[in-house]
Design a protein around this ligand. Structure first.
Ligand SMILES: [Zn+2]
Length: 94
C-alpha cells in the first residue's frame, strides 16, 4: 500500500512537471511567433510609409519633400543633409 502511494505521488509530480513544461514551451513558441510577426509588421510599416524616405528641405519657406536619392532640393536647389540614410542604418542595425 505504501509503495503504491509513493509511486502514485511520483507519477502525479511527473505529470505536473510534463504539463508545466508543455505550457512553458507553448508560451515560448507563442512569444517567438509574436516577435516574428512584430518584426514583419515593422518592416511592412517602414516600407509602407513613403514620408520616411523623403528628404524635406531645411530652408525656411521651402520645406519641399524631395525623393530619398535627391542631394539637392528640386525647388530651391539647397543641399540636403544626409540624415535619412543614417536613420535607416540605425534601424537596420536593430
Ligand atoms: Zn528647398
Amino acid at each position: 500500500m505504501m509503495l503504491g502511494e509513493v509511486i502514485l505521488t511520483l507519477l502525479v509530480c511527473i505529470a505536473i512537471l510534463v504539463i508545466a513544461a508543455a505550457v512553458f514551451g507553448a508560451w515560448i513558441i507563442m512569444m517567438l511567433v509574436k516577435m516574428a510577426l512584430g518584426l514583419m509588421g515593422l518592416k511592412r510599416k517602414s516600407t509602407r510609409k513613403p514620408s520616411d524616405g523623403l528628404r524635406v528641405c531645411s530652408r525656411r519657406g521651402c520645406g519641399h519633400a524631395n525623393p530619398p536619392q535627391a542631394r539637392f532640393c528640386s525647388r530651391c536647389g539647397m543641399a540636403l543633409e544626409a540624415t535619412q540614410p543614417s536613420k535607416m542604418k540605425r534601424v537596420a542595425m536593430f
